[in-house]
Ligand binder design. Structure first.
Ligand code: PRT
Ligand code: ZN
Length: 295
């Protein structure tokens, strides 16, 4: 019998595919050449990719055609809001990319400023399940107009009074004279799987992949910081280093007033932090990326 292989569904083209492929590559998965349109076979791990439209991923995973998938929370929760068929899907790991927000928005020049103003009005969206549930939970009765795309033009074309759509930079809302007034969902790419009927041999492969992905995600947010600190301001400087638990303090040759501080920072290090460190007397400050991490 051939070795069981983990089948992972990834978007073939779009906002989730670049981030997904980059994450797999950083997790050490290598793909053989000679790919066809739909499948790619890893040559250093028992893993096969299925390249599909993101909207089909929940259905492939719940139906067992794939074991895991990379999909936006917006698509996952929309499918779950629409049908019980997707109730068995669960998030195995949040992946930290393709972040966006599902927002209610209305024409800046109009009278809709809050969710209460939507009573008796209409909302155009590609997310009827999430939008309906959000409004129902708040006791607002509004008509939902389902649209597949170009939702942002609906108010201008007189199709609906407001919209509920994904926003990242906000430029699309701005360009269409719309202003967001309510957040329905914060979304990012997630690794999704069935919560029941998983296959033990596949889970062993998945466990390794998840652990490596966690390492990649953690190292992307983590930096290594090196600096020299005057001994009499060491406490103040240590407190300024973001998200580090136990910095290493080392002697510097021929200096007894200054020590070297090395620390892993589990948070982003901003220019403002470096400026504060320098103001506290730190010198020769270096911030380095971390390539791989394992606890
Ligand atoms: O063909 P397929 O169905 O696979 O692709 P698709 O067209 O459905 O998906 P794609 O690639 O556009 O998006 C895939 C996923 O990326 C979404 O399901 C979200 O999880 C995530 N994502 C992150 C986004 C955005 N950011 C985003 N900005 N999806 C869509 N947008 C839209 C937004 O609605 C707006 O119309 O992009 C436009 C630009 O946004 P602004 O705010 O930057 O102007
Ligand atoms: Zn799609």
């Amino acid at each position: 019998m051939s070795e069981p292989r983990l089948k992972l569904a990834v978007q073939s083209k779009g906002r989730l595919s670049d981030g997904g492929m980059e994450l797999l590559s950083k997790a050490g998965v290598r793909f053989a050449y000679g790919r066809d349109q739909l499948h790619r076979r890893a040559d250093n791990m028992p893993l096969d990719l299925m390249l599909v439209r993101d909207d089909d991923i929940p259905s492939f995973v719940v139906g067992g055609a794939c074991d895991y998938g990379i999909v936006g929370e917006n698509v996952l929760y929309e499918m779950q809001a629409r049908s019980r068929r997707y109730a068995d899907l669960e998030v195995a790991l949040p992946l930290g990319f393709a972040k966006c927000t599902l927002k209610l928005a209305a024409p800046k020049a109009g009278s809709i400023r809050s969710i209460a103003d939507l009573a008796g009005r209409s909302v155009a969206t590609s997310y009827p399940g999430l939008t309906r549930r959000y409004l129902d939970d708040r006791g607002i009765s509004a008509e939902i107009v389902e649209m597949r795309g170009s939702v942002e033009v609906a108010p201008r074309m007189g199709i609906a009074d407001a919209i509920c759509d994904l926003v990242s930079s906000g430029a699309t809302l701005e360009a269409n004279g719309l202003a967001a007034f309510e957040t329905v969902l914060e979304s990012e790419a997630v690794l999704v799987r069935r919560s029941s009927s998983r296959i033990p041999e596949i889970e062993a492969v998945a466990g390794t992949l998840i652990e490596r992905m966690e390492g990649v995600i953690a190292s992307a947010q983590t930096k290594y910081i090196l600096l020299n600190a005057p001994k009499d301001r060491l406490k103040e400087i240590k407190d300024l280093i973001p998200g580090s638990d136990a910095p290493t303090i080392a002697q510097i040759a021929d200096r007894d007033d200054v020590v070297a501080v090395h620390a892993v920072c589990r948070e982003r290090v901003f220019w403002e932090t470096l400026e504060k460190l320098r103001a506290a007397g730190a010198r020769a400050i270096l911030v380095l990326p971390i390539e791989k991490m394992m606890a």
